[in-house]
Write a protein that binds this ligand. Structure first.
Ligand SMILES: [Mg+2]
Length: 173
């Protein structure tokens, strides 16, 4: 039997971009926001200069790895036909940074498995893990919503919500 195709998002799933938002916002305003202050808000609403941060050199390259993601992706990579799918075209400068980031933290993934695209409506597969409804809502397969502050508290009845990579593994292994 052929392996099922699993699509994994980068930002907010493999890469902990919120740590970058908190850090850059604190550097700018001198106060670190609390998680409670940003829960349920869009990134742009939670961090006023979010657009400036994501276009800043190093934003993607220096993003911390999401807890448990390396081990989990390694395990899932054996069981599934796994692709990393990132709507990276929104930020062209992020392309080399994301490639380097993946090579450093996920060296076991090959270039065949990396899909940098525009809208994710173009991609097809059996399972998608993503933190944004705009990507999951159009997907025809099984959809797993990875909890991030911006999607916290929002209705998730159409997608399976997970709060960690540990929960992803419990569902998929
Ligand atoms: Mg994302």
């Amino acid at each position: 039997m052929s392996k099922k195709r699993l699509l994994v998002d980068m930002d907010g799933v493999m890469a902990d971009v919120y740590q970058q938002f908190f850090k850059m916002d604190e550097e700018e305003y001198g106060v670190r926001k609390t998680l409670e202050q940003v829960l349920g808000k869009w990134e742009r609403e939670a961090f006023k200069n979010e657009r400036a941060y994501v276009t800043r050199k190093g934003f993607f390259r220096e993003a911390p790895v999401m807890e448990g993601s390396i081990e989990a992706v390694k395990l899932l990579n054996d069981k599934f036909e796994l692709f990393v799918v990132s709507a990276a075209m929104e930020f062209p400068n992020s392309l080399p940074e994301k490639l380097e980031w993946l090579a450093e933290h996920f060296p076991f993934l090959t270039w065949h498995q990396l899909v940098f695209c525009g809208l994710k409506t173009i991609v097809k597969g059996d399972i998608m893990i993503d933190d944004h409804y705009r990507n999951l809502d159009h997907f025809t397969g099984r959809t797993i919503l990875f909890t991030q502050p911006h999607n916290y508290g929002h209705d998730d009845k159409h997608h399976e919500r997970v709060h960690s990579w540990k929960e992803v593994l419990e569902k998929l292994l």
